[in-house]
Design a protein around this ligand. Structure first.
Ligand code: FAD
Length: 454
């Protein structure tokens, strides 16, 4: 993927330098948020280049609003270029087991909750990151928060990579995903059992199959209406979601299946799977669902769904080091909200670092280290409740889709009430208010003006 021109050579806001660990959705969005605020950053990514799998992803209305405030030109406009219109502005749920009839439909807003190919959106965003601001092949092994201010020459946070090299920054944000190394470091308090348990994600007893089906095949099997907009097929202990991506050339299919057994290798979240296994799970379902399963390839990867619902991180912050996105609060895919939560995190962090930089350049007597620490506490205060709620709500949503909530079962009216409540809590979120609250929190902690908060 291409890269924009270098922004590391221009004058920067307050001389602040932020290290971002990981170039997934969260890391790239943080980079583009800092770039829009003229804050210097370096991304360290263990892979040899920007990469995402080909599967689909949808961004909810709150995520879109966060993209607009984060960086309207580079983030939101790029997403809109690759987003695939839904045939209708509704999310529709069907009884996939018996009747194939509508259980409930929820309005997503005008052009809301559109899907795209993950690799397409990552490529669009990555083009806007200057080559000089990213180092590939750099896997973080440890970080140590030094005592002195970076400006003294010897201080800052020291980052050590597995190749033995080191780097320094004044703040480190771990955007290193569900199996985050930075989370392990933030939570390395041997006496705190909840922190130790949260160092690693846990199996949610669900696995999934993901496939991209050429639209011509999907239309032949399902007809243009079913293949052309967002649908979910609910039923006992499993569900399937489908939506169009890639300029209506591809139907994205995600089949999620409950699994009573433990996942054998917690270090590896994928294993070999097959259509046979999917057909066994959906064999007694309505013919429409069986047709969808039949569109899957004969051999495919089976993805375990791990999350942090059972063992949430007690904090996202330690000194000048923090975690964001899946590294902080990994959730399952069921509400289509995990990527959006990482973008909201990136927005708050960008605004707080801008406030720190402005205060540091306006007031030379204030210790930058203390400002950064206070900013990360303000980040934690604003983001913790919101993101933990989404992790738990995602589990609840899956129970609803899979008829595992006894008080609701397959009742469309009850399902509609519950699922509307869960989605609206996520979608109807005041992202500008979140930024204001965070910057006010920083002001309150430091007794400074901290003039940011666009
Ligand atoms: C099946 C499925 C469907 C989903 N659908 C949706 C959806 O529709 N909408 C939505 O909003 N969310 C969805 N999600 C959730 C979403 O995919 C994630 O929340 C999001 O991708 C997380 O991005 P991230 O940048 O935080 O982490 P990641 O994408 O995991 O990126 C982490 C990066 O860090 C790098 N890294 C890791 N360790 C190190 C290290 N030690 N040193 C340096 N680099 C490192 C990795 O190589 C990687 O590039 C779905 C999830 C799944 C599993």
């Amino acid at each position: 993927m291409g890269a924009a021109t270098n922004n590391n050579t221009t004058d920067h806001n307050g001389g602040l330098h932020v290290a971002i660990i990981g170039a997934g959705i969260t890391g790239i969005n943080l980079a583009l948020g800092l770039q829009a605020r003229n804050i210097r950053y370096t991304i360290y990514e263990r892979a040899p280049g920007f990469r995402e799998i080909g599967a689909g992803i949808g961004f909810s209305p709150n995520a879109e609003r966060a993209m607009g405030v984060l960086n309207a030109d580079d983030v939101l406009a790029a997403y809109k270029r690759v987003a695939n219109p839904n045939g209708e502005d509704y999310f529709q749920w069907l009884d996939g087991r018996h009747s194939d009839s509508l259980l409930f439909k929820l309005y997503c807003g005008k052009d809301g909750f559109q899907g795209c190919r993950r690799s397409d959106i990552l490529e669009e965003w990555a083009k806007r990151v200057p080559a000089s601001c990213v180092q590939f092949g750099k896997q973080v092994d440890s970080v140590a928060d030094g005592k002195d201010n970076h400006d003294d020459g010897g201080g800052g946070v020291v980052i050590t990579f597995t190749d033995g090299t080191t780097a320094r920054a004044e703040a480190v944000v771990g955007c290193d995903g569900i199996r985050s190394r930075i989370r392990q470091i933030v939570l390395s308090s041997p006496d705190d059992k909840s922190a130790i348990a949260a160092q690693h994600p846990h199996y949610s007893n669900k696995f999934c199959f993901r496939a991209l089906v050429p639209m011509s095949r999907a239309v032949k099997a399902l007809g243009p209406y079913r293949a052309g907009t967002r649908f979910m097929y609910n039923g006992p202990d499993a569900h399937i979601i489908t939506y169009p991506i890639g300029n209506n050339t591809v139907l994205n299919v995600l089949a999620v299946i409950s699994d009573p057994d433990p996942w054998l290798d917690s270090k590896k979240h994928t294993t070999n799977g097959s259509k046979r296994e999917a057909l066994a799970a959906f064999g007694a379902w309505h013919p429409t669902v069986r047709k969808i399963v039949d569109l899957l390839p004969d051999e495919m990867e089976k993805w375990a769904i791990f999350d942090m619902a059972e063992h949430p991180a007690p904090t996202y912050v330690r000194g000048r080091v923090c975690v964001a996105g899946d590294a902080a609060h990994a959730s399952g895919p069921h509400l289509g909200a995990g990527g959006g939560m990482g973008i909201e995190d990136a927005l708050v962090l960008s605004a707080l670092f801008e406030a720190v930089a402005q205060e540091a350049s306006a007031n030379k007597t204030v210790e930058k280290r203390k400002l950064i620490e206070a900013a990360l506490v303000a980040y934690n205060d604003v983001r913790y409740g919101r993101t933990q709620e989404v992790v738990q709500a995602t589990r609840t949503a899956c129970d609803l889709f899979q008829w595992q909530e006894p008080a609701v079962g397959s009742d469309g009216e009850k399902f509609g009430r519950e699922i509307t409540r869960l989605f609206h809590r996520i979608w109807e979120y005041d992202v500008n208010g979140m930024v204001r609250e965070a910057v006010d929190g920083l002001r309150g902690r430091t007794g400074t003006n901290c003039a940011s908060g666009r």
